[in-house]
Write a protein that binds this ligand. Structure first.
Ligand code: GLN
Length: 483
């Protein structure tokens, strides 16, 4: 029986019915990794032994008649930006190539506490800066639908792993689209929760006011299951919210009839590829059939979102990345004195995109420019968030294509950072406002997946999961990469 291509919900049933063991599932997934990893390169580190040991622990519990949770015994892949005790955590950067954390990120710890079986750590754009996983300091990851194309980014390894069955589900992080965009490009479900809903403790910070951890899954039901496990207040993260998680799986069954969604007219004026536009228009028609009303709306300041993001995110990154100095973590290149050591270490350890962001951010924060750039960008951010709040007075959610294009060719945009930045034009505004967003497959264009983004108000996870589920069921998208 092929197990690697099944969902969390399906495998859980089989585990409880004792039709399969967690060890069998884990071995099947590891076997799949061996078969396709050569071509995809989704992982940076595999934790085979620990995975099998965790699987056996769950099997012993089942054998003893103990009740297990929905994630127990199910293999998961974790983006290499989350700290894992005793397991190398690189952020796909040379500067952390040999860094082994002494503690585990809360989000990962919660899953492991529920009996999750971690298969390994996945590739990404260095420090989560990018949209294609080509900025990895080690190697790019390939898209399982077409290995000449990128899987998206920055969580490209996690997206590719789930799409190809190298994990049953995965964790990613999303600062400006890094879960939703790769989910769209790889034909899987990806969700960025409300800012503060999932603890960031142990998530290596890129832009702290924007970063959120969230799931990659094969379908919306699994997304609801994983989200439920991740949510919870964490005293170790000062931005973690006190919020009682909804029963997200139950929310899926609610009737969507009478829901109202807005399509921002500004989004449709952007350069959306014809194939993507077509799938999106069909999605609107499908919603109409479900009794969901879709109307045009406006986000008047959204055109400035990308510019504001590329001040705020680099500014926060320049500060967050100051800690990688050759003294405290990872790489150290000895220089003539302390300053020289800092400089040599950072010159050798950071890749081009990271250096670009540090320079931009440092400049934007420097005395004399702070108000003109950072202060101004923060004001724009507020205006963008207010636009969404206004729209949510009339609509239950906002919908758009997740990405303006399908997966692009490896190498196509590496030389043009601005073209790369535009990949997140529809996802970045959501992070600026801290709202939740989900990407769900809405068909293929030229054989490549297209994603539909559903954005909800703060704590609107139940709403967008409900709508995504109804859409998924009505569409019946079952295509998988042929790899
Ligand atoms: N692609 C965007 C960037 O490079 C977003 C990345 C992310 O969400 N981590 O900043």
């Amino acid at each position: 029986m092929t197990l690697y291509n099944q969902t969390i919900a399906e495998l859980h049933k089989k585990l409880v019915a004792r039709e399969v063991s967690s060890e069998e599932i884990t071995r099947d997934v590891l076997e799949r990794v061996k078969d396709v990893e050569q071509e995809l390169k989704a992982y940076l580190t595999l934790t085979e032994e620990a995975a099998l040991a965790a699987a056996r622990t769950v099997d012993a519990k089942i054998a003893a008649g103990e009740k297990i949770g929905p994630l127990a015994g199910i293999p998961v892949a974790v983006k290499d930006v989350m700290s894992t005790k005793g397991v190398r955590t690189t952020c796909a950067s040379k500067i952390l190539e040999n860094y082994v954390p002494v503690y585990t990120a809360t989000a990962v710890k919660k899953l492991l506490g529920d009996g999750a079986v971690m298969i390994g750590k996945t590739n990404m754009d260095e420090f989560a800066m990018g949209s294609s996983t080509e900025n990895s300091g080690f190697n790019p990851t390939m898209n399982p639908w077409d290995i000449e194309r990128v899987p998206g980014g920055s969580s490209g390894g996690s997206a590719a792993a789930v799409a190809a069955g190298e994990a049953i589900y995965a964790l990613g992080s999303d600062t400006g689209g890094s879960i939703r965009q790769p989910a769209a490009l790889c034909g899987v479900v990806g969700m960025k929760p409300t800012y503060g809903l999932v603890s960031r403790y142990g998530l290596v910070a890129f832009a702290s006011s924007l970063d959120q951890i969230g799931p990659f899954t094969k379908d919306v039901t699994d997304c609801a299951i994983v989200l439920k496990a991740l949510v919870g207040h964490d005293p170790a993260d000062s931005t973690s919210l006190e919020y009682e998680a909804e029963e997200y799986v139950e929310a899926l069954q609610r009737d969507v009839k009478g829901m109202r969604f807005g399509v921002p007219k500004e989004f449709m004026e952007e350069g959306v590829e014809p194939g993507v536009k077509q799938r999106f228009e069909e999605a609107i028609e499908l919603f109409a059939k479900l009794g969901v009303e879709v109307d045009e709306t406006t986000l008047p300041h959204v055109d400035y979102a990308l510019s504001a993001y590329y001040i705020i995110a680099p500014a926060e990154a320049s500060s967050n990345l100051a800690r990688f100095d050759g003294v405290r973590y990872g790489l150290r290149v000895e220089g003539e004195d302390m300053i020289d050591t800092y400089m040599k270490t950072r010159a050798a350890g950071f890749g081009d995109e990271v250096k670009r962001r540090i320079m931009l951010g440092t400049y934007a924060l420097s005395a004399g420019y702070y108000e003109a750039y950072y202060g101004q960008a923060q004001k724009v951010r507020t205006l963008v968030a207010q636009d969404f709040e206004e729209a949510f007075k009339k609509f239950d959610g906002i919908i758009s294509p997740t990405s303006p294009t399908v997966a692009f060719k490896i190498g196509e945009k590496v030389a043009d950072p601005l073209a790369m930045y535009l990949s997140d034009i529809f996802t970045i505004p959501v992070n600026l406002g801290g709202f939740p967003g989900i990407s769900v497959p809405c068909g293929l264009s030229d054989g490549l997946p297209v994603g539909l983004q559903i954005i909800g108000p703060t704590f609107g996870e139940g709403i967008i999961l409900n709508a995504a589920y109804a859409f998924e069921q009505a569409l019946g998208f079952k295509e998988r990469p042929s790899l």
